[in-house]
Design a protein around this ligand. Sequence first.
Ligand SMILES: Nc1ncnc2c1ncn2[C@@H]1O[C@H](COP(=O)(O)OP(=O)(O)OP(=O)(O)O)[C@@H](O)[C@H]1O
Length: 255
Amino acid sequence: MRIQVEHLSWGVPGKTIVNGVDLVVGDGETVGLIGPNGSGKSSLLRCIAGLRTPTGGVVRYDGADIASWSAREKARQLAFVEQTADTDSDLRVSEVVMLGRTAHRSRWRGPDAADHEVVAAALDRLGLTALADRPWKQLSGGERQRTHLARALAQRTSALLLDEPTNHLDVRHQLELMELASSTPQTVVVALHDLALAARYCDRLVLMHGGTVVADGPAADVLTAPLLRAVFDVEAEIGRDSLGHLAVGYREPVR
Ligand SMILES: Nc1ncnc2c1ncn2[C@@H]1O[C@H](COP(=O)(O)OP(=O)(O)OP(=O)(O)O)[C@@H](O)[C@H]1O
């Protein structure tokens, strides 16, 4: 699934929040969206997910304008895990994940064996099998986040949009989640604050600032000291760790 964002703008009265963004994400590619707080990453993701109506431009999936899709069609084509994803509190973990199957069956039919198989596989993929029967409201923040990812996987879509999917996760689960995002055949757009994690697992990084894309390319081209200074207002040193991964160190802020 190829995602094409053309001259996309979105805002609220008096404020342009996403400003003329062009972005192409190739089939199966994992693209990391980075940028400071308020730079427009979540707003752009919500437009790409079809949850916001752009004030200008268009979002295409394999050439089709997402504006022409019903909610059900969107749920069959793309899965979106938002930063503050929440769920009705009385559900059990497996029932939350089963919500991902809703768009795949008729309104009149309950989950069948195939749906249960997909849910079991998604729970297993996120290491949640032992929590399947636990009430959602008892879960920790990281367990909830993994449950929402399992729900998104259970949608079995060609595109996966993730907004800060690692913010509640411990190191082990961060690595596993990013490994999943980079190895899945799905087309992935993921907003991240951890630049080293983004560099390690994404095929390409897109750096946003003030609602626009200011750099788009391989991590080594985007994570440069001058660009990080201009966009994040930090003095960064970019190097390689002993495993060969890009490492980013920061000097103390000088005011
Ligand atoms: N519905 C809205 N009404 C008014 N302002 C909004 C609305 N949605 C977003 N904004 C503003 O738009 C800007 C971009 O927000 P957005 O959430 O897209 O940024 P972000 O890059 O995802 O930030 P963060 O890293 O903090 O999650 C922010 O200044 C935010 O306050």
